[in-house]
Ligand binder design. Structure first.
Ligand code: HEC
Length: 147
């Protein structure tokens, strides 16, 4: 009987602990993806300004940074992070995971393409829109809560 009791408490403590860790990691994942999106917003604005100033070499460096952040974001929407901790993600992400991931991948690929075409572009503003800004709206309109 005593052994059973000990076993019971050990199991209880262990499961409470793993729950706390799971909840902690959910919070970290949501925080991490929010901070990556915020960073991308700042970096995208830099890309915009540098490109319009014809500073293509500097701009390209930041384009690659945005591209890499998108790739990291692919892994930051696991099933257990659908709600809480101030997330603005919509459930439609998990109902259309392939479409969401494809859009994230395309957004990443487009930043690399942008780096290769921007210098030869006749219309910098339109090129930035096509390869960078359009992807933000395409995804937000379907997968992020209105804010
Ligand atoms: C493939 C989808 C996708 C793309 C592409 C995308 N976003 Fe988002 N974005 C989201 C989702 C989903 C959220 C909500 C994340 C959360 O709150 O958990 C978000 C959140 C944000 C946030 C809020 C971050 C915070 O601190 O709460 C900003 C700012 C943002 N995105 C900017 C951008 C900009 C700028 C672009 C384009 C350069 C972009 N996003 C491209 C899906 C996307």
């Amino acid at each position: 009987m005593r052994h059973l009791k000990i076993l019971f408490f050990v199991t209880l403590i262990f499961s409470v602990n793993t729950n706390i860790y799971a909840e902690e990691s959910v919070k970290d994942i949501i925080k991490k993806r929010k901070s990556l999106f915020s960073a991308n917003y700042k970096t995208a604005k830099r890309v915009d300004i540098l490109s319009k100033d014809l500073e293509f070499e500097k701009a390209s460096k930041f384009m690659k940074e945005v591209s890499e952040n998108y790739l990291e974001l692919l892994n930051l929407f696991p099933e257990n992070t659908k709600e809480g901790h101030g997330t603005e993600a919509l459930l439609s992400i998990w109902e259309n995971k392939d479409e969401f991931n494809a859009l994230m991948q395309k957004s990443s690929d487009d930043m690399i393409k942008l780096a290769s075409v921007i210098e030869e572009s006749d219309d910098i503003r339109a090129t930035l829109k096509q390869y960078m800004w359009k992807n933000c709206n395409a995804c937000h309109s379907k997968f992020r809560k209105p804010h």
